[in-house]
Design a protein around this ligand. Structure first.
Ligand SMILES: *[C@@H]1O[C@H](CO)[C@@H](O)[C@H](O)[C@H]1NC(C)=O
Ligand SMILES: *[C@@H]1O[C@H](CO)[C@@H](O)[C@H](O)[C@H]1NC(C)=O
Ligand SMILES: *[C@@H]1O[C@H](CO)[C@@H](O)[C@H](O)[C@H]1NC(C)=O
Ligand SMILES: *[C@@H]1O[C@H](CO)[C@@H](O)[C@H](O)[C@H]1NC(C)=O
Ligand SMILES: *[C@@H]1O[C@H](CO)[C@@H](O)[C@H](O)[C@H]1NC(C)=O
Ligand SMILES: *[C@@H]1O[C@H](CO)[C@@H](O)[C@H](O)[C@H]1NC(C)=O
Length: 904
């Protein structure tokens, strides 16, 4: 059989018009991860190029079939109890795998083939009952694994799982661990045994959140070297860590009963870092302090400290970062008793301590301090130059203090200060806020009180970043100076800011990022009929608006030539909701790459809006209700953004949306993901079935679909023809001729109903199904009565005229057969060649004005979803025009009866 059904060359030159969509999975590129991050909490890591999140997963094999093979990150949630061998071997490039599947066991080889995997997480509900069984060599293939994370499941205490030697981070959190010794039973590699002296080194061992972990069997982690050990939210005391047998430990996070216990451990390991946050320590003795000389980082937040022992800093000469937040240190005594010694401290956190005053020499011993955090205290004034010695201070945060003024020249004493935060203070109530002194200041956060009379806000001119929190007032703030030549980031938080800014591009010529939070756009919009965004900033790259439900009407964001990222959220007025179209929200934004709309009142999406968004890559619609996707999008499809996410939104249960299913499945350029959990009227929730789609199937006229089908067939044919046009000039002409002829013959055929056919049945099938055709079908139809029907079949391999063009052959055979019988099976549909053969047959068939009889035979059950849309002929056929070939011998009789009755 030298001849093939269709010329291989012809087939190779055809485009494979299969859409890409991933039911249950959301696919994104790493650069767009922030847009859909809430679906990726399990593996939020944007440095991967391509990621997929699937949920809810109940059949892993089936779910993964739709996932592109080149994903680097995969996050799965659902319920799959057992991970079968080779579960992920189709994804050899996987670097990140997060599994929240209620797994109870991994079979050997489940993670085979994941040689590039670096991060692996098993997450489960922290019920304390779910145990996860791991075979000893579960991770044997993971030669690149760096991080292994168990959060939730309980591991078998004697599992004896081997760890890959590349492992650097191991975390077992929220599990059933009660004794640190169990860890050695689970992962024996961690511990030195008598025959091997090599010790394992980890960057981090995280055992936090194991609330039952209270025993530290001495020597249970003998020989292990760890840089960071995290025991937060366990019952293990920092003091108990000494006895574990660790060969090395640099940084410890642990609760402790007393400062002495923690200090002993610090001395034992010569710790560089110690964090005993939220331990009830109360006071620190001189002896404890003496043991802490090696510390570089010390965190004592929320430990109930009321005072520090004298010589606190002198005892820790290497200390660089000190966190004393959330204590009751009434006045700081850090430098009080020092004998002129200075500390090298660079970061000091004293927030939330109820400090009222800062005496003049409070920080005199900290000349190297770069960051000083004093938020949430009771400071009223900074008179007396408390900061005068902080020549290197860069960041000063004074938010949420009842501060009335900064004191004369207070900031002038800080030559290096770049960042100052003064949110929720009373500073602007005083006439001269005195920011002028700060020569290097470039980042300023400030609250503006309400105004009853117009006022001037004097700011340093060289700011690059400014955040203003606004309380609504009656009058305008005027900014001084008139121009902020370097301002790149501006955040305005709060309703009703009235800035007397006439021409924003003059005032903020360099602005790149603008955030308008809890802010109605009304104040930034022209008030005439056009309602367009007035801040025409030539360099603006990102604009985020969170409207807090207060916009009275849509404001068109347009004319921003550099804008790349736009997020509009909660613009819909709560009191007077109105529906908007995308064209009313976004206009001419030639550089826009990512557009995110959430609760804007968007009701309809049409192609018109995209005409002026040439660079758009990703569109996210979130929490929009009753959306109608206009079918103008289909024609515009090639220019649509590459990713369209419709999340937690409700598509309207209207026939206007009926075209959409086809589009979602067929568009090759646009990945469309629709997450819509709502029910259409009259639908009941069926798992794995989309309510909207079922609604459309049931309520929208089939004729519409027929038209769509014909339109898409025409498109398909066009796409088939185009490459031929470029490639082989000789092939497309016969093809068009064939189409024309079939149409012509159809026309002629309308007149003479009694036309004579050369064949009774033309059988369209694939190579794979040839066996069935020859063994079952042929004898039954061509055989003589009574066993057979004595019909004349046209089989491509047998009856095609040798030497004649294949397309001509198909056309001729079809028009000269009374009935066309399409044989469909799973392999046939998976084989792109077969699909194309069938597509050609069905397209030609439908192009004829009076289609001949078409019958479909399914050799195996094929779900509607497996069936490519252009074959969804079953919908077009009368119910009885297709039949499933039964496997059971006794039901085959029924099949033949059906076929006989159809063939007359
Ligand atoms: C999962 O799906 C695959 C492929 O669709 C199928 O072969 C398999 O039987 C399914 N497994 C279960 C447990 O349903
Ligand atoms: C692994 O995950 C952590 C955070 O969970 C991340 O910081 C790290 O970069 C990730 N590594 C890879 C290779 O994905
Ligand atoms: C000790 O470690 C070596 C190598 O890591 C291993 O082959 C041996 O089985 C271990 N012995 C015990 C008693 O665990
Ligand atoms: C420190 O606290 C302990 C108990 O928390 C107490 O016994 C001791 O007297 C306190 N020492 C000082 C100096 O306050
Ligand atoms: C530290 O200062 C306090 C009060 O300021 C004083 O009572 C105490 O004697 C001083 N201690 C040392 C060691 O200088
Ligand atoms: C705003 O200022 C820019 C730059 O100076 C100027 O080109 C533009 O015409 C001004 N627009 C208005 C409305 O004044």
């Amino acid at each position: 059989m030298g001849r093939s059904f269709l010329l291989p060359g012809l087939l190779l030159s055809l485009p494979l018009v299969t859409g890409w969509t991933t039911p249950k999975c959301l696919v994104t590129e790493g650069s767009q991860l922030p847009l859909v991050s809430r679906y990726f909490t399990l593996c939020h890591y944007s440095k991967l190029s391509f990621l997929a999140a699937c949920f809810p997963v109940s059949n892993l094999t089936q779910t993964l079939e739709a996932v592109p093979r080149n994903v680097e990150g995969l996050c799965l949630s659902g319920s799959v109890s057992t991970l079968l061998p080779d579960a992920f071997s189709a994804f050899p490039g996987l670097k990140f795998l997060g599994l929240n599947l209620h797994l109870t066991r991994l079979l050997p080889g489940a993670l085979r083939g994941l040689g590039q995997l670096r991060n692996l997480s098993f997450v489960d509900q922290p019920s304390g009952k779910n145990s996860l069984f791991l075979p000893p060599d579960a991770f044997g293939d993971l030669i690149s694994l760096q991080r292994l994370h168990f959060c939730g499941p309980c591991l078998n205490k004697k599992a004896g799982v081997r760890l890959p030697s590349s492992l650097q981070w191991l975390s077992v959190t929220i599990s059933c661990l009660q004794d640190s010794g169990e860890l050695a039973g689970i992962f024996p590699d961690l511990v030195q045994n008598s025959s091997s002296r090599a010790s394992w080194t980890l960057k981090k061992l995280d055992l936090s959140l194991n609330q039952k972990l209270k025993m530290a069997t001495p020597g249970s982690l003998q020989g292990l070297q760890v840089e960071i050990l995290d025991l937060r939210k366990t019952q293990l005391d920092a003091g108990a860590v000494k006895g574990l047998g660790l060969q090395k430990l640099n940084v410890l996070y642990a609760p402790t009963a007393t400062a002495e216990l923690a200090a002993e451990t610090a001395a034992h390991f010569e710790l560089q870092g110690l964090n005993v946050d939220r331990s009830k320590i109360g006071n620190i003795s001189q002896e404890a302090l003496a043991s802490c000389h090696s510390l570089e980082t010390l965190s004592l937040s929320d430990t109930g400290l009321t005072k520090l022992p004298p010589g606190f800093l002198a005892a820790m000469p290497r200390l660089r970062r000190l966190n004393l937040a959330g204590n009751q240190l009434q006045s700081t005594m850090l430098c009080m008793n020092e004998t002129g010694d200075v500390s090298g401290l660079s970061t000091l956190d004293l927030s939330g301590n109820g400090l009222r005053i800062l005496p003049p020499a409070t920080f005199s011993c900290l000349p190297h301090l770069r960051e000083l955090l004093l938020q949430d205290n009771q400071l009223l004034s900074l008179e007396g130059h408390p900061f005068q010695d902080l020549q290197q201070l860069e960041t000063l945060k004074l938010d949420r203090n009842p501060l009335l003024n900064l004191g004369k020249n207070c900031l002038a004493a800080l030559p290096a200060l770049t960042t100052l935060s003064l949110l929720d203070t009373q500073i602007l109530h005083s006439p001269d806020a005195g920011f002028w002194g700060a020569r290097s200041l470039h980042t300023l956060h400030l609250s503006l009180p309400p105004l009853s009379a117009p006022a001037v806000l004097s700011l340093p001119m060289y700011l690059t970043s400014l955040e203003l929190h606004v309380t609504p007032g009656l009058k305008h703030w005027t900014l001084s100076p008139n121009i902020f030549p370097f301002l790149e980031t501006l955040t305005i938080n709060g309703r009703g800011l009235k800035l007397g800014v006439q021409n924003a591009s003059e005032v903020f010529p360099a602005l790149q990022h603008l955030f308008l939070l809890q802010n109605s756009l009304d104040a930034f919009c022209s008030q005439d009929a056009s309602s367009i965004f007035l801040w025409q900033l030539p360099k603006l790259q990102s604009l985020k608006v969170w409207g807090a439900g207060s916009n009275s009407r849509p404001c068109l964001i347009t004319g921003l030539p550099s804008l790349q990222e736009l997020k509009l959220e909660s613009l819909q007025s709560i009191t007077q909701p109105r529906s908007v179209q995308l064209e009313e929200l976004v206009g001419d934004l030639p550089q826009l790459q990512a557009l995110q709309l959430s609760s804007t009142g968007l009701k309809s999406l049409s192609a018109a809006a995209f005409r002026r968004l040439h660079s758009l890559q990703a569109l996210v619609l979130d929490s929009e209700k009753d959306l109608v996707l206009q079918d103008s999008l289909r024609e515009y499809s090639p220019q649509m953004p590459r990713y369209v996410y419709i999340l937690q939104s409700k598509l309207a249960c209207q026939c206007a949306n009926a075209w959409m299913e086809l589009w979602v499945k067929q568009s090759t350029k646009t990945y469309v993901h629709i997450r819509d959990g709502h029910l259409c009227p009259g639908e009941v929730r069926v798992p794995a079935r989309d309510s909207l789609i079922s609604f459309l199937w049931d309520h929208c006229p089939q004729t519409l679909e027929l038209k769509l089908f014909l339109a898409s067939s025409a498109l398909v044919l066009l796409l088939i023809v185009l490459p031929l046009l470029q490639g082989a000039r000789n092939t497309w002409i016969p093809y068009l001729r064939a189409l024309f002829r079939i149409w012509l013959q159809g026309l002629r055929g309308q007149g003479n109903a009694g036309k004579r056919f050369l064949f009774d049945v033309f059988v369209s099938h694939c190579r794979q199904d040839q066996g069935w055709v020859l063994e079952e079908l042929l004898p039954a139809l061509e055989g003589f009565l009574p066993a057979g029907l004595g019909l004349r079949l046209c089989l491509p391999e047998r009856d095609f005229e040798p030497g004649k063009d294949v397309v001509d052959n198909v056309v001729d055979s079809m028009v000269s057969s009374r009935v066309t019988l399409c044989v469909l099976s799973g392999p046939a549909l998976c084989n792109p060649r077969c699909c194309l053969e069938l597509r050609l047959a069905t397209s030609l068939l439908l192009a004829a004005p009076s289609p001949p009889v078409l019958l479909l035979v399914f050799l195996e059950p094929i779900s509607r979803h497996q069936l490519p849309s252009y074959h969804r002929l079953a919908r077009l056929l009368r119910r009885g025009d297709y039949c499933l070939w039964p496997e059971e011998e006794e039901r085959k009789g029924g099949f033949w009866t059906w076929l006989r009755s159809r063939l007359g």
